[in-house]
Design a protein around this ligand. Structure first.
Ligand code: ZN
Length: 459
């Protein structure tokens, strides 16, 4: 059902606006897909009666969460590479599995992933590496149907390497540089701005060792010409640093700067091994980093210095990464992990407050996606992307500070309602445009067949 006006009334509204207002007994009016009024319940007055009212008593209203680093195609291989070292993780499990995907697997995985994201409060995401075999068209169609807001980055690569390791990628993953560049432009023409502007197409540059310097330059040129973005894993592992030093005599971010790939339209995933001098380059060029704490912890990649990077002026968002590296796509859990990890690393409990990680999961993620003026906070004029979290639960009682409760005690399943672009996508935990039973069943069947086809067995 398409509603043109929705009034959310009676909840605590955590706006994440420029003065970070939290409004007790607040209300938000949504009209024609936009936020038109925000304030106390007594002050928000629709000119004509709203078509639909949501009673948000005992609930917190938040901006929709933005996942700045997601692999849609990895939901289908969730838990398929646990407790292994990175190279085995890639070579024995992740790449053979993904190298055996067909477009129906890609669609089934994306639907499973988006279902999970909607159910845990994520309204917008940046998918970072879609290989051709996953079927970008089918995935874009699924975004159109389910109502999410998504940036899809088509993989661009020309070498089957990873850092200094040459020719280690599964043949099913390898693509040709010129074809990749052409496909980005085709998909851009076909999908960018579609679904009422909810779909964007970016370049997904493969990690160091996967592209020649010339190809990185071509990606930068293409992105500037099309006015679109680029995302890439950078300095996730120490090997990235060794590789660029050996091959180009530079640190990874210095090398990316040299090939023209540091700018406001670029999101680097991880940034674990970036140094202070590299943060300065990213800050000066307004580039973004997606911090993925669970993934880094699970793969023992190291701990990104997210608070220091932020202090240096880099915009740092938050990402769940993928099914084999995190095992879930729940940004609420990710916020807690991000906060606790940095408190422990720095031995400073004042580091990464609940409010800080909520900013990373909302407005800073929105900035990373180039959508800061459209989403990421509950402010008049922005798109109506918001979530409503039910506090009437034992583990959320009592709640004195709603932001703390959300970050430290809540989990994705506490999200009751998800609204995207002014449409109620999930109500009382029922996702409207998705057949949950079918999506889970199909994903499960396809995952089993995929493992057989790839010859991968999970102990
Ligand atoms: Zn990743």
């Amino acid at each position: 059902m398409i509603l043109t006006s929705i009034l959310v009334r009676g909840g605590t509204v955590v706006t994440v606006d420029h003065i970070r207002r939290v409004i007790e007994d607040g209300a938000v009016l949504l009209e024609d897909g936009l936020i038109t009024q925000v304030g106390r319940s007594t002050d928000v007055k629709p000119q004509k009666r709203a078509e639909f009212e949501i009673d948000a008593k005992d609930m917190v209203v938040l901006p929709g969460l933005v996942d700045a680093h997601v692999h849609l195609a990895q939901a289908l291989i969730r838990g398929c590479a646990d407790d292994t070292s990175l190279i085995d993780w890639l070579q024995k499990f992740v790449w053979p599995l993904q190298g055996n995907f067909d477009s129906q697997d890609g669609k089934a995985s994306a639907e499973l992933c988006m279902l999970e994201m909607i159910k845990s409060g994520t309204t917008a995401f940046l998918e970072s590496l879609l290989h051709s075999r996953y079927g970008l068209d089918g995935i874009a169609e699924s975004i159109e149907t389910c109502g999410m807001r998504g940036v899809l980055s088509k993989t661009v690569m020309s070498l089957p390497g990873y850092g200094s390791e040459k020719s280690i990628m599964h043949p099913g993953m390898v693509e040709d540089g010129e074809t990749c560049l052409r496909e980005v432009e085709t998909h851009f023409g076909r999908w960018n701005g579609k679904a009422d502007g909810r779909i964007r197409i970016w370049y997904g540059a493969r990690s160091l060792g996967g592209c020649t310097p010339q190809l990185y330059e071509q990606i930068a040129e293409g992105a500037n010409r099309l006015g679109t973005g680029v995302t890439m894993h950078l300095s996730e592992v120490e090997e990235d640093v060794r590789y660029t030093k050996k091959e180009f005599g530079k640190l990874p971010a210095e090398f990316m700067d040299q090939v023209g790939l540091v700018g406001p339209n670029v999101v680097f995933a991880h940034g674990v091994w970036l140094t202070e001098s590299e943060w300065a380059i990213l800050a000066r060029k307004h580039a973004n980093v997606a911090h993925c704490p669970s993934s880094n912890m699970k793969l023992s990649s190291g701990i990104a210095m997210a608070p220091e990077m932020t202090k240096a002026g880099v915009n740092v968002g938050l990402g769940c990464d993928g099914g084999p590296s995190n095992n879930c796509y729940d940004m609420i859990r990710e916020m807690k992990t991000a906060s606790l990890l940095q408190k422990e690393r720095t031995m400073d409990p004042l580091t990464m407050s609940a409010a800080t990680v909520l900013e990373m999961a909302t407005i800073k993620g929105a900035r990373a996606l180039g959508l800061e003026n459209q989403i990421g906070s509950i402010e008049v004029g922005k798109k109506a992307d918001l979530i409503i979290v039910n506090l009437k639960k034992p583990h959320l009682t009592p709640t004195f500070n709603p932001v703390s409760s959300i970050v430290y005690a809540a989990e994705g399943s506490d999200v009751d309602t998800t609204i995207i672009d002014g449409k109620i996508i999930m109500e009382n935990r029922t996702v409207k445009a998705m057949d949950e039973e079918r999506i889970v069943r199909v994903a499960s069947e396809r995952a089993t067949r995929l493992l057989e086809r790839a010859g991968v067995s999970i102990a």
